[in-house]
Structure formats: structure tokens, C-alpha cells
Design a protein around this ligand. Structure first.
Ligand SMILES: [Zn+2]
Length: 137
């Protein structure tokens, strides 16, 4: 007997072991107890049995919609760099930068400081946002 994964409909006859007969019997599905179990009645001895089905196939993990913020990021970078009033400052980890400072990084190009801690700055570059060291003593 193949393993069931879904309950047979009510009134359907299924071949299932009967606890009294101790053999598999045709049994009528009386009702569904829940989504995984049903009550059966043995056709021969009329004993009530329980049918359990396997765990339903797990729902395929919902893929979190990847936020395609690529366009949005570029727009943000353009706005930030255009709003910067001063000339870009060459990036140097010993320098202490401030928020909204325009930075010219030798590798990542033009970026704008958007946040900072004592030793790190969050810089929005054209391709992505990066965390850089600054104020290194
Ligand atoms: Zn029986």
C-alpha cells in the first residue's frame, strides 16, 4: 500500500489496517478529524480506526522578493553627489569625515558619506554603499 499524503474523501473506501481485525480491511472514511487524520470504519467488524497521512509537502519557501533597488540606488547616489556643495575630498582613513562629505575614493570613485561612527563611515558609491574606516589614529 502506497503511503498517502492527502486524505481520501469522506465515504471513500480505503484499504487500511484494522486494529480489531489486525489485517488490512476495506474501510469507509467517516469523517476528517483534521487535515491529516480521518476516522475510518472497518467494513467487516465496524470498528472505528484512524487514518493518518504523511506530512503534507512543505510549501516551497517563499522567495523574498529581491528588492531590485539597483535603479533606486543609482538615483540616490546621483542626488547625493549633485547635492554636495564642496569639491570631493580624497579618501584617507586617517581623515575624519563628516556626513554629506563628498569623497573621491581611488578604487570606488565618487561617494557621499551618509552616516558615521567614531571609526567608520557609511559611503554611498555609484555601485553600492560601503562601510569605510576613517579617523584612524
Ligand atoms: Zn475490522
Amino acid at each position: 500500500m502506497s503511503e498517502l499524503n492527502t486524505l481520501p474523501p469522506v465515504a471513500r473506501k480505503v484499504y487500511h489496517p484494522c486494529k480489531k481485525c489486525e489485517v488490512e480491511r476495506y474501510q469507509v472514511v467517516l469523517a476528517h478529524t483534521n487535515s491529516k487524520t480521518a476516522r475510518l470504519e472497518c467494513e467487516v467488524c465496524h470498528t472505528k480506526n484512524t487514518l493518518k497521512v504523511g506530512t503534507p509537502a512543505k510549501n516551497s519557501k517563499k522567495k523574498t522578493a529581491s528588492k531590485s533597488s539597483r535603479g533606486g540606488h543609482k538615483v540616490r547616489w546621483e542626488e547625493l553627489t549633485q547635492n554636495a556643495s564642496q569639491d570631493p575630498a580624497p579618501y584617507n582613513m586617517r581623515e575624519a569625515f563628516e556626513v554629506e562629505t563628498l569623497i573621491d575614493h581611488p578604487k570606488f570613485g565618487l561617494g557621499v558619506v551618509t552616516a558615521l561612527t567614531t571609526n567608520s563611515i557609511q559611503v554611498v558609491f555609484e555601485d553600492q554603499e560601503r562601510s569605510l574606516v576613517h579617523n584612524r589614529q
